[in-house]
Design a protein around this ligand. Structure first.
Ligand SMILES: *[C@@H]1O[C@H](CO)[C@@H](O)[C@H](O)[C@H]1NC(C)=O
Length: 274
């Protein structure tokens, strides 16, 4: 399979992808929840991408085909937005799904399953969200879903099964992030716990994954792993100056904007699991 993917290889890959985002300024259409719009748009802009926060269905046929990628997030789902999500996901552009609180209601779960079938290049959720989706999309459900204890082995099995049944890359965020295409599993271990005290950081990193996929659609697995590691690295650097969640939010965005080659190649912690 060619070159061995060492930690140094991943460092160079992450820098190449961030450089591609900065050079190409991919246009990323975001249909995302109301709470996350500001941080997602700012994270995308700081990374060098070009966010467009359009969700009106009447604009999608003209606008979405011109985008490099689409980011869809069901956090503040409504009956009005679902047709826009469906249309944008079907516009022939690579797209990324954030199934926020997928199991919160039957309507939301069915919307997530319907969108997953379109299918996205990447779905990124936390352990509860991925377990819940895997439990519903597996024909022989072996996953207990949101109420289970989130044993990391079980979460990995669920992520792999979901990746295989949906034909998508699945990224599970946590203290360590796991990214899988159903065969290979990659870990990304950058980040600091304080990031979870900032609302919508998960949404912002999913938007960043869409920007990376938009800049280089050839390898969604690498794009997802590198975006997660780079966002986490920006959090680590931001934390050096932060006093709490509000100042971390500011310093994280500054760090993302200022990342240089040396910092990225030596700072990202990505590994292929055996
Ligand atoms: C995952 O995110 C949802 C929505 O924010 C939250 O309700 C749930 O507690 C989270 N689960 C984990 C394991 O972090």
């Amino acid at each position: 399979m060619g070159e061995e993917r060492t930690e140094a290889w991943w460092g160079r890959r992450a820098w190449a992808l961030l450089s591609a985002v900065r050079a190409r300024a991919p246009l990323v259409q975001c249909i995302t929840n109301l709470v996350s719009m500001d941080i997602a748009a700012n994270a995308l802009t700081a990374a060098g991408a070009s966010p467009a926060m359009l969700h009106c269905i009447r604009e999608i046929p003209d606008f979405t085909p011109r985008c490099h990628a689409v980011y869809i997030n069901v956090g503040t789902l409504s009956e009005d937005w679902l047709p826009s999500m469906r249309a944008a996901a079907s516009a022939g552009r690579p797209w990324v799904l954030d199934p926020v609180a997928a199991a919160a209601s039957q309507f939301r779960m069915e919307a997530c399953l319907e969108l997953l079938a379109l299918p996205p290049a990447v779905v990124r959720g936390n352990a509860s969200e991925i377990l819940a989706l895997a439990a519903r999309s597996d024909s022989s459900p072996t996953f207990k879903g949101v109420d289970s204890s989130h044993d990391s082995g079980e979460v990995l099995q669920a992520a792999k099964a979901l990746a295989r049944s949906s034909g998508t890359v699945v990224a599970v965020s946590g203290a360590v992030d796991f990214i899988t295409d159903g065969e290979q599993v990659i870990s990304a271990s950058n980040g600091v716990a304080m990031m979870q005290k900032i609302t919508a950081t998960g949404c912002a990193v999913t938007a960043l994954i869409a920007a990376f996929v938009g800049a280089d659609p050839s390898d969604a697995l690498a794009a997802a792993a590198c975006a997660l590691a780079i966002f986490g690295l920006a959090g680590e650097i931001g934390m050096e100056s932060a006093k709490g969640p509000a100042s971390l939010r500011m310093h994280l965005i500054d760090a993302l904007y200022g990342l240089d080659e040396q910092t990225v190649t030596s700072g990202v912690k990505i590994a292929l699991l055996p």
